[in-house]
Structure formats: C-alpha cells, structure tokens
Design a protein around this ligand. Sequence first.
Ligand code: NZQ
Ligand code: ZN
Length: 390
Amino acid sequence: MIDNFIYGTPTQLRFGKGVIKDLPEVLSQYGKRVLMTYGGGSIKKMGLYDEVLRLLKDFTVVELPGIEPNPKYDPSVITGAKLCKEHKIDVILSVGGGSVLDCSKAISVCAKYDGEGWDLISGKVKAKAALPIVDILTLAATGSEYDCGCVISNTAILDKRGYLDELMFPAVSFLDPQYTFSVSAWQTACGTADAINHVLEQFFSFPNSLFNDGIMIAALRSLMTNVKIAIKEPTNYAARSELMYVCSWGCNGILANGSGYSGWPMHSIEHALSAYFDITHGAGLAIITPRWMQEILSERTVERFVTLGKDLFGFDKKLSDKEMAQKVIDEFYAFFESIGIPMHLGTLGVKEEAIEDMADHILANDDTSQDWAYVPLDKAALVRILKASM
Ligand code: NZQ
Ligand code: ZN
C-alpha cells in the first residue's frame, strides 16, 4: 500500500564529469560573497581547492577550513556563523564530504539567528531563515547533498543531534564522481555501509509496497556490488558513479513515499556511539545492523527478511521463514566484514561501561520506545543490541 505522503526535494543535482565548470554561473545567482567550507585537506591533495579558487576569481571568498568528521558545533558551526555575519556572506559553498556539508547546513541557519545556535540544532527554537547552500561533494555516503538534514556533535554535552529543516536543502549539488576516486578503501566501505543502512531503515516498515521494495532492493544490489569494485579499483568511474547517485537517494524520503515510518532506530543508536566515542558513522551502523536485525526478528517482522532473502540474495525459496531470516542476517554480517569493517564496537574503542548511559541518552534524544516505531526499543532492548555489538 502507498499511504498518504508529502514529498518535495528542491535541490538541483548537477551530475557527471566536469559539471563544476558551471560553478561561477550557479553561485552568481545568490551573490558574490562566498563562505567556502572544507575539511582537513583532502580537497587540497586532489587539486580541487585550487580549481575552485580559480573558478571563483571574480568572487570574494572567505574560507572555513578544518571541519572534522562528526562535525562539531564548537568551534566549526559557531565560527562559520560568525564569519557569515562579519563578512556579509551571500552563499555558502561546501566542498567535501557529508560532515563539511552538514556543518555548512547548520551554519546556514545559525548565520541568520541572533541567539545561541544550539537552540536551533537541538530543536528548541524553529529557524526562520537560512543562507543558500551550494555543494561540491567528494564522498558518496550520507545523502546530505539531496536532503534537508544535518548531524552535529556538541562535545561539551556528549551529544550528537540529527536536525531537519526544509530551509537547509542545498540549492545545487555538484556531483562529479571523479572527485571520489581518492576516497580511501575504509571511507568507501563506511560511506557505502551508511547508505545501505539508510535503505534498511526505510525497508523495515509497515505499511510497505512492492514498488518501494523494488527500488530499495535495486539500491542495495547496486551499493553492495559497486562498493567491492570501487575498493579494488578506486578510479573505476562506472562503480563510483553508481555509488554516488544511489547514495544521494538515501535520506530525502523518495525511497519510502507512502510507507510507514520506522523511526530510524539504528541511526539513533549510532549517533550516541559517535557522540561518546567519535567513531566513524558508517562503521558503527554496519556493526549494529545484524544485531538490531536479530533483536527485532519476530513473526510480525519475518516477512521483511524473507523478501530480502528471496529478492536481494536469491536464497532457496524452500527454506522456512525463520531459516531465511537467519541467513539474511548472517549475509549482511559477512558482507560488511568482507568490505573491511571490524564487526565489533570494542575494536573501534567503544567501552562496555558506557552502554547503560548511552541507552538512556538514546531514549532522551529520540525515544525509540514509542509505539509508532516499526519495532519499539526500550532501554533493555537497546542495551541488548549494544552488548551484542561489542
Ligand atoms: O576532512 P577531509 O580532509 O576532507 O577528509 C575526509 C574525512 O577525513 C575524507 N574525504 C572526504 N572526501 C574525500 C576524502 N578523502 C579523500 N578523498 C576524498 N575525495 O573522508 C573522511 C570522512 O569524511 P566525512 O565527511 O566525515 O564522511 P561522510 O560523508 O560519511 O559524513 C559523515 C557525517 O555525516 C553524518 C554522519 O553522522 C557523520 O557525522 N550524516 C549525515 C546525514 C545527512 N545529513 O543526511 C545522514 C547520515 O545518516 C549521517 O548521520
Ligand atoms: Zn547515516
């Protein structure tokens, strides 16, 4: 069934080789004063930084470098908002991965707000305005380039918050897969694991539909096939281009129009892990995925596993539902391991002593125990999943 829904993504995607040549024309629509945001130096190594500055020779460019993975409210968002106000910035240009773009989105609303920016990010106050954002993406993963969300860490209070507001849709996203050739095998694996998880967070829902199942299974097949090629051959354009395009569909809702809302429980759990231990988002998700699946497997949910078993993995239809479900869980575990993700949180530095605390934090932030969730998770369930992931 396709239930009632509202859908709209105003972002323009400019996809393919060399699309960046139109950057000056695109930015000019918004003004001449640009805040260029970027991370720890990958864009300099690949020559993109020089290329952007060459294209923007007729613009006033103010730079905000050093945005970290799991981007931090303090200093990055605070500094960026201050720069926008001081330099009367017209448009933000994000050059990098999801963290740079998420930070830029948070800056875009904080720059138009006179109070404490965290009040917006934590949902206490609704933003009224935002600066426009244009991005050049260099890592296929989050889907931030095609959605209106950002995820920001506040280390002072051990918090990592997902924040959604339609004001933060990028105006234009430049997606040239060649800029992802230099992404390491580890980040390629983690980015793809993130995108796989975005699909699964939406696949496990009720009601669902044949059509949405079909798109999501196609997405999973593409991600799981192409990540292996891209790890082996980092400059394989065919693989990198599919990864980039499919990842962009991850979080803007298009995969699950008319399906039930699952509550995105694995993301709730992972955000606490990154807040406490600054781990890589996709790695945390890959480790949690099979343990969450094991926790929620029941007579009510088994049909979702059976569909994946038959239509994604092509398992023998004569298997019992229970056998099929177990094979699906084992297959995801083996797949993530095969692309180089260590399948235990302890290996990433997560400490067992923090589990109870993290479970409380998850409930306080996202309340995964609510009835509207596909499978509500109370504290005991969260603790079981985290312990099994160690
Ligand atoms: O900082 P630099 O030097 O640029 O290096 C980055 C970083 O170290 C590097 N990198 C990026 N592009 C590269 C490259 N290295 C070589 N060549 C390139 N072309 O990769 C490292 C990781 O970058 P990051 O931006 O952190 O990765 P990703 O895109 O996976 O973003 C992760 C963040 O996004 C959030 C996550 O929680 C996490 O904070 N998410 C955002 C979402 C959204 N807005 O919709 C949804 C997701 O579920 C997710 O929560
Ligand atoms: Zn994610």
